[in-house]
Design a protein around this ligand. Structure first.
Ligand SMILES: [Fe+2]
Length: 375
């Protein structure tokens, strides 16, 4: 299977991993053949990529860092939690009840990640516009725990970090969706309202009694920036709690790799660059260094053009070498299919680098072979 942006899908490709709606119903099942109508619908829903089977990489399996079951349970819990406010008033009792379940799902996430040897984050998470806030909360939790693991935190700390990170936006509970999902530029007043979610979140968590002060601090501080340019306190450097510094990076990374109503997602390699560039200014440099080791700029199944002109697919990401993955050559520089198995591990093959990412490989090779004929 391989990962294909929705903008590069063609009728006839087969879905390799099921696609779910915000409500958890299956929209497209594995094995389903795409038609133009399905492709159009995926775009309208705000989904930015899917996994397809089109014969190019039949033996490539792509697994999420946590189980589908845990992810979908965490997502529906977050939905319930964030929608448990009645009108303007937050239902603290309901939040309390859900908080115990959240604890258990965070334990699942931490234990699954602890048992996972190959911790590179591949961005498997397919989500719709409607699902954004819930799916985002879960992913920020997963990414934060992965960073904590790379920092060798003990399980107890990972649980605190994961819970704090997953609940970081709970203060958005009483913000109107019309502001949260506004397609255009926010007015000053609307932005002031959004900024309040940090203090509101802290208050909710403090009152819930199930969360300790460190976890609540993440809700308060996740928009603070290392250089002091954030809000609400304008804190800088180590005035910001370690958990909040980790969560702020996970939050930004996950947000920029998602389609939003007001802008399309950044592709993984660009998001990687943006994150790396924020080290030392927006973000704690040391933590950014850890993040860029665990996120894949070229997720498995990404099609790339190499510097020698060959067109290849990423088939293995190796921790510590994620800018130099193992790739399998699919087409020669003239767009002709390569018959024999030919792979490079780019970390060892220092004369070949990734030149660019190709979204629509079939269109690309067609143009290449047309050029060859005319040239
Ligand atoms: Fe936030």
């Amino acid at each position: 299977m391989r990962r294909v942006p929705v903008t590069a899908l063609h009728a006839g490709m087969k879905i390799a991993r099921p696609v779910y709606s915000a409500g958890g119903q299956m929209l497209l099942s594995a094995g389903l053949e795409l038609t133009e109508r399905y492709i159009e619908r995926l775009g309208k829903l705000g989904i930015n990529f899917v996994y397809v089977e089109d014969g190019l990489l039949p033996d490539l399996e792509v697994d999420d860092v946590i189980s589908d079951e845990t992810r979908s349970r965490a997502r529906s819990l977050m939905r319930e939690l964030l929608q448990s406010s009645t009108g303007k008033r937050v239902d603290i009792k309901r939040c309390l009840l859900l908080s115990k379940e959240i604890q258990s799902v965070v334990e699942n996430i931490v234990d699954e990640l602890l048992g996972n040897k190959n911790l590179i984050f591949d961005m498997m998470d397919i989500r719709t516009h409607d699902d954004y806030t819930f799916a985002h909360s879960v992913n920020v939790g997963v990414l934060a725990v992965m960073a904590g693991l790379a920092m060798k935190m003990p399980r107890e700390r990972l649980l605190q970090l994961g819970k704090g990170a997953m609940l970081h936006d709970i203060g958005k509970i009483d913000l109107p969706l019309s502001i949260l999902n506004k397609p255009g530029k926010l007015t000053e007043d609307e932005f002031d309202q959004i900024k309040k979610h940090c203090q509101v979140g802290m208050q909710i968590l403090k009152h819930s009694g199930y969360v300790n002060i460190v976890e609540a601090a993440v809700a308060l501080q996740h928009h603070e920036r290392y250089d002091g340019s954030g809000y609400p306190g304008g804190l800088r450097g180590e005035q910001i709690h370690l958990f909040s510094r980790i969560t702020s990076i996970a939050d930004v990374y996950d947000a920029i790799t998602s389609n939003r109503v007001y802008r399309p997602a950044f592709p993984p390699h660009e998001a990687y660059e943006l994150l790396a560039a924020g080290g030392g200014s927006m973000f704690d440099y040391e933590i950014v260094r850890i993040f860029i080791e665990i996120i894949a700029p070229y997720p498995l199944g990404t099609i790339v053009e190499l510097s020698n002109g060959e067109i290849a697919a990423v088939v293995e990401n190796i921790p510590g070498f994620n800018l130099y993955p193992r790739v399998r050559v699919l087409f020669d520089p003239y767009g002709q299919e390569v018959g024999e198995m030919k792979e490079y591990f780019l970390a060892r093959q220092r004369d070949i680098v990734i030149h660019k990412v190709i979204d629509d490989v079939f269109k690309y090779v067609k143009e290449r072979s047309a050029q060859k004929k005319s040239g």
